[in-house]
Ligand binder design. Structure first.
Ligand code: URA
Length: 220
């Protein structure tokens, strides 16, 4: 009787080369962008964006505005009607109040960077959904990674939650420096909220004095 061939135990498949199971870039790392990229590269990537439903109702994409070398950046939620019409962030009533806040700490609008988590106006100025914010936010994070300002002021709950990935509310965290990748982040109330409740201006002024003092203490 012919001998049954002895079956060699199957050898293990070769290990994947270089890294086990390959590299899945974390969402956060995607937000770092490409080395050497510019604000113009990011705008080109955004293009005539249709990545989320907000494109359906928008008139203009509202990009971040200001000096990429600014030491101070403001981040809001999303454009309103005036911004959607003009293509510039914070140009309506809330924007006029923001200009005064900037001037109150001895700066001019042209000295700072101003952007939003979402670049298209949500219908009826509703809060952007988590999905919409997550779709648009990486472009802002890439800009922050280029500019690396000394301080980012997050205006209101939505901007704060999106930048800091926190479940805390603005009332609890405002006025206390937080951290985003080594950058100081000051949460404060949104100027639109101050228009509805001017008694809250005092707290924003207190928060902005901390920002001013930090910037002055770290001046080159
Ligand atoms: N509110 C925002 O959050 N952003 C703007 O650009 C205008 C109003």
């Amino acid at each position: 009787m012919p001998k049954k061939p002895v079956r060699k135990p199957a050898s293990d498949p070769p290990e994947p080369r270089e890294t086990l199971f390959g590299d899945i870039t974390p969402q956060d790392e995607l937000s770092l962008g490409r080395p050497g990229e510019t604000f113009e590269d990011i705008r080109a990537d955004i293009g005539d964006c249709v990545r989320c439903p907000l494109h359906e109702g928008r008139h203009t994409i509202v990009h971040t505005e200001g000096k990429p070398t600014a030491r101070l950046m403001f981040v809001g939620e999303a454009p309103g009607a005036d911004e959607d019409a003009s293509g510039r962030p914070f140009v309506g009533r809330a924007g006029q109040l923001l200009n005064k806040i900037i001037e109150a700490i001895g700066l001019k609008r042209e000295d700072v960077l101003i952007g939003n988590v979402n670049r298209c106006r949500p219908p009826g100025n509703r809060t952007p959904t988590t999905e919409e914010a997550h779709t648009c936010k990486p472009f802002l994070l890439r800009e922050i990674n280029i500019a690396r300002p000394d301080v980012i002021v997050v205006l209101g709950n939505t901007a704060m939650k999106n930048l800091l990935d926190t479940k805390e509310g603005i009332t609890r965290l405002r006025g206390q420096f937080q951290d985003y990748r080594g950058i100081k982040v000051m949460p404060t109330f949104h100027p639109a909220y101050l228009l509805r409740d001017p008694s809250k201006k005092r707290e924003v002024w207190d928060d902005m004095k901390k920002v001013r003092d930090y910037l002055n203490s770290t001046k080159a």
